[in-house]
Write a protein that binds this ligand. Sequence first.
Ligand SMILES: Nc1ncnc2c1ncn2[C@@H]1O[C@H](COP(=O)(O)OP(=O)(O)O)[C@@H](O)[C@H]1O
Ligand SMILES: [Mg+2]
Length: 365
Amino acid sequence: MTNKLTSIASKFSIEGNIVEIKPLGEGFINDTYIVKTDSESNYLFQRKNKNIFQDVPSMMDNILKVCNHIKAKVNANGGDVNREAMTLTSTHEGALYFKDEDGEYWAMCLFIKDSVSYESADTPELSYAGGKGIGKFQSMLADMKEPLVDILPGFHNIRFRFSQWDEILKNDPVGRKKDLSTEIAWVEDRREEMLEFWKLVENGTIPTRVTHNDTKINNILFDKKGDVLCVIDLDTVLNSTVLNDFGDAMRSYTNTGLEDDENLDNVNMDMEIFKAYTKGYLEETISFLSTSELEYLAFSAKYITYEQVLRFLMDYIDGDKYYKVKSSEHNLIRTQAQYKLLTSMEDQFEEMTKFVEQHSKQLSL
Ligand SMILES: Nc1ncnc2c1ncn2[C@@H]1O[C@H](COP(=O)(O)OP(=O)(O)O)[C@@H](O)[C@H]1O
Ligand SMILES: [Mg+2]
């Protein structure tokens, strides 16, 4: 494997000679390696997951467009373009990826030295830093007009999810529907509310911008002082509403329990984590967010959590085809835990909304 890795890595325009290639982290999606060289530059080398990303060439074009836009901004601000933005490394032929003989796609970028990343944001300080990271990223891209290719059609689009939901419920392929009237009602009772929100995105009341779509804190690199360097892992950049990024971050950051917690008492939305993220996020984004985006910011946490309830339940009814499961009830357990989180958000919604209102007013003064 090492020889094969070296041979593939050698297809890219690397500075210096390869000294070592080592696996990095344990990503769920891609296989990641660090390529160490005898020059000043090391590289991050990845085999992209082609089951999830069915159009890697378009994905890489999207990433390049986003990186270039950010680099221009960093440059204009007198920043360090090699540390405050991702730098893609192309092949000797000038391509952004290499396709090997097994049909696997490989890509490379500059490894950002002396950077720090965190695995989870379980303190208000880290949550604040995460909000700043994604906020800064979105802010630099707020004026990007060049469209991105929609490599994940239907992503966070509840109308699309309902079309899948209606079809799967009609077919009820493994006969699970009969025992799920309570859970199905959780979804149906909120259908109109969620569609009303999505209509505002469809009719442009809520603008479409550039979104990251994987806002975990380990996708943000910080410098040793703790300041944001840049956002990485740009495989999922899309044109959508920035509210989806905010909502998804809040769904994962604020959960005091696990996504598949069997003890529902563990699962709640942590208001301090919500406030800290919101504060960091708004500090970076208040200059460009529209009134409609601010108005629906808190709502987006419910929207994304609701979507996840629907998706877990839908996969359970469909016979566990999409998510990997550890037991036959795993998707139902996930549904119940996400629903608990959703109701916790609903219970605290007034306070969430008030915080966004007050804090954005304060920042606009
Ligand atoms: N350009 C980079 N410079 C330094 N470290 C990086 C860089 N890109 C990724 N990393 C580190 O490698 C980890 C995994 O990379 P990532 O692109 O997020 O892969 P995955 O898709 O598997 O999540 C990141 O969380 C980060 O710690
Ligand atoms: Mg990642």
